[in-house]
Design a binder for this molecule. Structure first.
Ligand code: DAH
Length: 380
């Protein structure tokens, strides 16, 4: 067949095939068969070089026109099938359908607890502060009355850097930083991450979170410490919580205490969560040691104060236990029968969970929201 006829035949066949094409795949097949890499029209390209010189202008024009025609036919067919595919009810977009929900992220439970703690202390006049996780040895130990040969340093062993700094082993250095930069009165809380060289197990890792508190003024006493922690606990857990103090030792406080809150699981009666003691240990605390005040340039004759350090994990665990309980309350039908579960005082827990939840549907025996803290009235 003459070259010109071949060109015309390809265009004619393509036009017929495209007119019959019903979908994008059929149009694509025609494109591949004609102007694709191995297409029949593409194959004619090299033959054009062999056309005698006198026929070249005519043939060249015919070739280019055919090429443009094919491109136009393909484009038109593509638009046509796209429009008709859109009209196919199976492929149509139903704008009345509800949208797809983007999965919403949430703050980490530890962050939520830290924020909630800060909010509660803020309402009592404390300022939320932070300090670096890589600290000077002086701030972490020496200024806190733990000189190089003090035994408490090995109990809080941590990672040291070549320049002599360390990963802070507690949030207490924020006390030092604050007092070095500010004259009394001082009232701060400092949440954050701390590091110790612990052997990892179920309750130990390379890091943990604390919230530090410090209140320095004139006439601050242990009574202020206890009432502050009690006010915090009743905000965080509910109004019936009690605080207990046991004598302890920290180099930076004198006297020093361990603070326990009544176990929210059993209301103080004793359960597996509190190891039958009725109390959960939540904070170390005490009156700031006069040596610490001197180390930061304060005069212990004119000011004194209290400090405390609370473990965020424990508060979070209790929080999550409560939420999980309320969630189970909603989703199970009273199948509590393991001996451990029976030891838990559910009456007390239900009361507390509903109170945290601010739920109005108590009489229906079901809680309105599996996440009680989100629903607490007047908060968050
Ligand atoms: N820094 C202590 C620790 O990590 C906790 C602590 C105890 C902080 C007593 C205090 C305090 O501020 O007064 O174990």
């Amino acid at each position: 067949m003459e070259l010109l006829e071949q060109i015309q035949a390809i265009v004619k066949d393509a036009a017929e095939a495209l007119a019959a094409a019903k979908d994008a795949a059929a149009v694509e097949a025609v494109r591949a068969k004609t102007i694709g890499r191995n297409g029949s029209f593409t194959a004619l390209g090299p033959l054009m070089g062999k056309v005698p010189p006198e026929d070249k202008p005519k043939m060249g024009r015919a070739f280019n026109e055919a090429k443009q025609e094919l491109a136009k036919l393909l484009e038109e067919a593509k638009d046509r099938v796209a429009a008709s595919e859109g009209a196919d009810p199976a492929k149509m977009l139903d704008v009345t359908l509800p949208g797809r929900k983007a999965p919403a992220g949430r703050k980490h439970p530890l962050t939520q607890t830290m924020e909630e703690c800060c909010n509660i202390f803020r309402r009592m006049g404390f300022v939320a502060t932070s300090g670096p996780e890589i600290e000077k040895v002086f701030n972490n130990f020496d200024a806190l009355n733990a000189p190089a040969d003090h035994p408490s340093r090995s109990a809080q062993d941590t990672f040291y850097f070549e320049d002599g700094r360390l990963l802070r082993s507690h949030t207490s250095p924020v006390q030092v930083r604050t007092m070095l930069s500010k004259k009394p009165p001082v009232r701060i809380v400092a949440p954050g991450r701390c590091f110790r060289r612990d052997t990892p197990d179920a309750t130990h890792g390379v890091h943990f979170h604390q919230i530090e508190g410090l209140y320095i003024d004139t006439n601050v006493s242990m009574a202020d410490l206890k009432s502050t922690l009690l006010a915090f606990a009743s905000e965080f857990f509910g109004p019936d919580i009690k605080v207990r103090m046991r004598p302890s030792f920290f180099p930076f406080t004198e006297p020093s205490v361990e603070c326990d809150f009544t176990c929210v699981m059993c209301g103080g009666k004793g359960c597996p969560v509190c190891k039958n003691s009725g109390w959960i240990e939540c904070a170390g605390a005490g009156m700031v040691n006069p040596n610490v005040l001197r180390n930061v340039g304060y005069d212990p004759e004119t000011c004194q104060g209290f400090a405390f350090g609370m473990g965020i994990y424990r508060l979070t665990m209790i929080n999550i236990a409560l939420r999980t309980f309320v969630f189970s309350l909603k989703t199970t039908s009273g199948s509590w029968n393991s001996s451990e579960e029976r030891q838990v005082n559910y009456e007390n827990l239900i009361e507390l969970a509903f109170r945290l939840c601010g739920c109005e549907y108590r009489s229906h025996g079901a809680c309105c929201d599996p996440d009680p803290r989100r629903n607490r009235s007047g908060r968050n």
